[in-house]
Design a protein around this ligand. Structure first.
Ligand SMILES: [Zn+2]
Ligand SMILES: [Zn+2]
Length: 188
């Protein structure tokens, strides 16, 4: 069993073509591939009246409640929602770094999603953020060069970014973390 996975999508991510109908909250809870499991569906699919049902279902399943937020356009609104943590798309642009400050002010953990896939400049990210090593994307880049300069600056979390039941795994992220010599930080 893995220790923690807080980056998981379900059928609530309705605009995401990679999600399959079988990827329900109930199935993720039943598989329970990690000791700490959190659901983090796309906020833009929840902001329009879907959030309450999502929140109820995640809580009822006994899982942590998160949101994945797509940059500055959604950050201020998302910061007002009652969740356990945020996962944030921070592209290399002024507006995204600025909105990150507002998100941090909401006093919940903020995980910077797959920064190697979005070109996030980790020099511009505050140290209280957690940096994700994302099982879906980590291998698609020169991750050693990208992450190694920051291994002392940040705490790191591993995330599957699962959109399908068989993606509920952290094997490549664990490999990268061990090669980098970074310890996974447990949030809950
Ligand atoms: Zn993402
Ligand atoms: Zn995601």
């Amino acid at each position: 069993m893995f220790k923690q996975d807080l980056h998981i999508h379900t059928t609530y991510s309705t605009n995401d073509g990679a999600v399959v109908p079988e990827q329900t909250i109930a199935l993720v809870a039943a598989v329970k591939h990690a000791r700490i499991v959190g659901i983090s569906d796309h906020f833009e699919n929840l902001a329009n009246g879907q959030f309450q049902g999502y929140s109820n279902e995640v809580r009822k399943a006994g899982l942590k409640l998160g949101l994945e937020i797509d940059g500055h356009a959604w950050a201020n609104e998302a910061a007002c929602y009652d969740v356990d943590y945020f996962i944030y798309h921070c592209r290399d642009q002024e507006d995204d770094y600025r909105a990150l400050e507002n998100l941090l002010a909401a006093n919940r953990p903020v995980i910077i999603a797959h920064p190697n896939a979005l070109g996030t400049d980790l020099n511009r990210v505050p140290t209280e953020c957690l940096i994700e090593i994302n099982n879906r994307y980590i291998w698609r880049s020169d991750w050693e060069t990208f992450y190694r300069p920051f291994k002392k600056k940040f705490r790191f979390v591993l995330g599957s970014d699962a959109h399908q039941p068989n993606w509920l795994s952290l094997t490549v992220a664990l490999y990268a973390a061990s090669r980098l010599g970074v310890e996974e930080y447990l949030l809950f």
